[in-house]
Design a protein around this ligand. Sequence first.
Ligand code: ATP
Length: 598
Amino acid sequence: MGPRGILWRLVSESFPTYWRGYGVAVALMVVVAGMTGLTAWIMRDVINELFVDRNREAIQLIAFSIFVIFMVKGIAAYGQMVILRCIGNAIIADVQRRMFDQVLAQRIDFFDSFSLGDLATRLSKNAQSARDALTLMVTRLGGDAMTLVALITVMVIQNPMMSLIALLVAPPAILGVTALLRKVKAVAKKEFISQTRIVSTVQEAALGARVVKAFGLEGHMRDQMGGAIDDVRRRADRLAMIQAAPMPLMEGLAGVMIGSVVLFAGWKVVEGETDPGAFFSFLTALLLAYDPARRLAQLSVLLRTHLVGVELMYQLLDQAPRIKAAPDAKPLALRDGEIRLEGVHFRYAGRTDTDLDAAPSEEAPAKAPPALNDLTLTAPAGKVTAIVGPSGAGKSTLFALIERFYDPDQGRVLIDGHDLAGVTFDSLRGALSHVSQDSFLFDGTVAENIRMGRLDATDDEVRAAAEAANAAGFIAALPKGYDTPLGENGARLSGGQRQRLAIARAMLRRAPILLLDEPTSALDAETEARVAEALGRLMAGRTTLVIAHRLATVRGADKIHVLDAGRVVQSGTHDSLMAEGGLYARLSALQFSGAAAE
Ligand code: ATP
C-alpha cells in the first residue's frame, strides 16, 4: 500500500469515531484563520486613519478592535488545541488496545517473528505515529491552509498584481519538497529498526542480568547498546535534516518574494499609484502568510515520516491470527479426559525475521525435519502416562499440540474422542493445566500469581491451593505473606519455590487433564521431596501426561512412551522397558542416574 492508501485507511478508520471533535476543532481553526486575516486587514486602517489622515476618533476603535481580534483568536486556538490533543490521546489508546488484542490472538510462533523490542516499539511509537499523522493533517490542512486562504484573500483584494508576483514562488517550493519525500521513508524505517534494537538490548540486560554479570558481559552489552543508540541518533539526525530541509528553501524563496513585492509596491507608492495603507495591509498579510506556508511545505515530509510508523502499525494489525477456532467449533464435551494422538505429523515453520516490507510467511523451509513424525499414542483417562526421550525428540512439541498452540499438519489430536480442531479454545484451555519446568511468574504478588490459575478464585481457595502445593510454609515466611510482590518473573524466589507456586496455580485451576514438564534442574533433596509430594497431590485423579526426568516418576507411571525423532519407538512400564533394552535402557542409565540413588 502506498502512502496515500495508508493515509486514506487511517483517515477512514478514525473519522467515523472522531468526526464531531474534528468538526469543532476545524470550526475553531476557521475562527483563528479569520482573525489572522483580520489582523492583516486592519493594518490598512491603522496606516491610513492614524498615520495618513491623523483621525483622532478612529484610535480607540482600532485599538479596541485589535484587542478583540486577538482575544477571540487566543480562545479559539486554545479550544482547538485541547480538542486535538484529547482526540490524539484517544487515538493512541484505541490503537494500543487493538494492537495488544492482536498480539494476544496470535499463535505462539508469532513471537519468534516479532521480538519484544519490535512489539514494544510498535505499541508505543507507532501508535503515536497514527496520532501525529492525523493531528498533522488536521492542523496543517484545517488550520494553516485556511489561514493561508484568508491571508491570500486579503492580499488579492488589496493588490491583485502584487499577489501574482508573490505566488510565483509556489512552483519551485513544491518541486523542492517533492525531491525530499523519496528519502524520508528509507531513513524512517531504519530508525525504527534501530529503536527496536535498543528495547531488545535493555530487555536482555534485565532478563539476562545474572548471565551478564556471571560472564562479565557488561562490556559486550554496552557495545551492543552503544551501536544501537548511535544508529538511532545518526538516523534521527538525518531525518531531522530532511525534515528541516524545506526551511532554507522557503526562507530563500520568501526573501526573493518579499524583496520583489517591496520593489514593485514601493515604486507604486512613491509614484502615488497605491495608498500606503493598502501596501502595509498587503505586506502584513504576506509576512503572516509565510509561517503557515512554510509549515504546509513541510507537511508532506513530516507526514511521510509518520506514515512509515502507521504502515508498521497496520502490518501488526493485519497479522491474521494463524490459528483459529473452526467457525462451527463446539465446547469440548469432557467425559473423563482421555488424550489420543493419531498419526500426527508436525513441522515447525522456520523463523521469519521481522521483515518490515513483508508479513512473516507461513512457508516452512524445505529442509526442516518434522518435529513429530506419524506419532500415535494414548494417555488413558485418570492415569499417569510418562513421556521420555532424548533432547529434541519432540516431547514439548507434543504438549504444544495438545494445548493447540499449533495444529498438526496431518493426523488428529483428540480428547475424549473429540478432534481439537472442532473445539472452542476456551473450553480446551479450561480442561488443561500445564506445569512447565520454568513456569512463568507475573510481576505481581504471590496471591495474584496463584490466582492466575482461576481468576475468580476466593482468597480461601488460593490459600488451600498453596497448602496443597506445599507452598504455604515459605509464603508465610515472606515479608508480606500472600501480598509479597515477586518482581519480574518471580525474581525473588528460589527454583523450588517457583515450582510450588506453579503447582498451586495448577491446583486452583481444577482442570481434569494435567500436562507436566518435570524440572530437570537439581533441587535439594528436601525441596525435591516437597515438590514431589505436591505434584503427587496434583496428579491424583487427573489424566496426567508427564515429561519425566525422575526415576520415581517413571516407576510410578502407568505407561511410558519413549519418543525419538518425533515418533514413539518403545512403550511399556519401567520394568518391561528395562527388560527390553534399547533406547529406554540407555536413556535411563543417563537421565535417571542422579535420581537412581533415591
Ligand atoms: P528437550 O528435552 O530438549 O526439551 P523436546 O523433546 O521437548 O526436547 P522439542 O522442543 O519438542 O523437543 O523439539 C523437537 C524439534 O523441534 C527439535 O528439533 C527442535 O529444534 C524443533 N523446535 C522446537 N521448537 C521449535 C520452534 N519454536 N521453531 C522451530 N523449531 C522448533
